[in-house]
Design a protein around this ligand. Sequence first.
Ligand SMILES: [Cu+2]
Length: 318
Amino acid sequence: MGRYRHLLSVSLAVTAFALLFASCSAGTSDNAGTTATSAVTPPPTQMLTLATRPQKILELMKARGEQDEAKPSLKIVSPGKDAVINGSKVEVKLDLSGDLKGYMPHKDPATGKGNHIHVILDNQPYEAYYELGQPFELRNVVAGKHTLRVFPSRPWHESYKNDGAFQMVTFTVKGGGDASKPTTTNSGQTMANNNSGATPPPREGKDVSASTAGEVDSAKPLLTYSRPKGEYKDADADPIMIDFWLTGAKLKGDGGEYRVRYIVDDDDPKFVDKWEPIWLSGWIGGKHTVRLELLDKEGKPVENGGYNTTSREISVVK
Ligand SMILES: [Cu+2]
C-alpha cells in the first residue's frame, strides 16, 4: 500500500512539473509556438550526410561481448528446395549453427528487441523472426512460384555477412493460395482482421502481400535489400542505417568490380563501395523513398529477376 502511495505522489509531482513547464514555455515563446505548428509551412530541404556508426550501437556491441564476431550459419529446413506446398500457409523452419559466440535469436519481452532473422518472401520487405524453436508462418501466400531469403540480424537490424549466413530457396504454392483470397483485397493488401473471431495464432508469422517470385538465378549476382524499412521515430531516425546482403558479387572497395547505388527521394545517386552498413543523417519528417541497385563495372544495373533494384518507402516521424 505504502508503495502505491509513493508512486502516486511521484506521478503527481511529475504531472505538476510538466504542467508548470508547459505553461512557462507557452508564456515565454508565443511566436515560436505558433509558427512551428503551421501546417502550410513549405517542407525544408533534406541534406543527407554520411554518419559514423552511432555511439548507441557501439555501446550495444560492447555489451554483447563476442557476438558481433560470430559466424552464424543458417539452413532452410522448410520449405524444401523446389517444394510444392498445398495451401496458402507456408511454414518456415530454420536451423541455426556455426560459430555463434552466444548469438541466439530471441525477443526480450521487456524491450521488444533482440537478435532475429530477416525473412524475405519474394522481394517484399523482410519480416523479423525471433524464436526459431517454432516455425514462422507466412500466411495468405498466393499460388505460384516463390523465393524465400533468410539471414541473421542483430537487434539494430544489421545483418551478419559471413559465408553461410544467407540462404535462399525457391518453392511453389498450389491450390490453397486462392482459397484464402477473402482475407486479402484485390491489391494484395491484408485486411486488418482476418481471424473471424478466433484466437490469434500463437506463432510468429505474417499475412503477406500477394507476390510471386522473380526469375532469379541464385548463381548470378544478387542484391538483397534489408534496411531501412518501416517507420523511424525521433532518435531512431538520426541516423538511419542502409544495409543489404550481397551474393555472387564483390564490391569495388572489397577488391571486386560491382557497386551499390543508392538514391534517396530525388537526390543525386550515391554509392556504397564496401559491403558494410552505412548511416545517413539529416532526415526530415515525412515519407521517403530509398532505392538500392546493384551495378556492374560499366555502371549498368545487373538484372536478376528484378530483385537487384529495390525501392522502399519509409516514414520518418520527428
Ligand atoms: Cu531486423
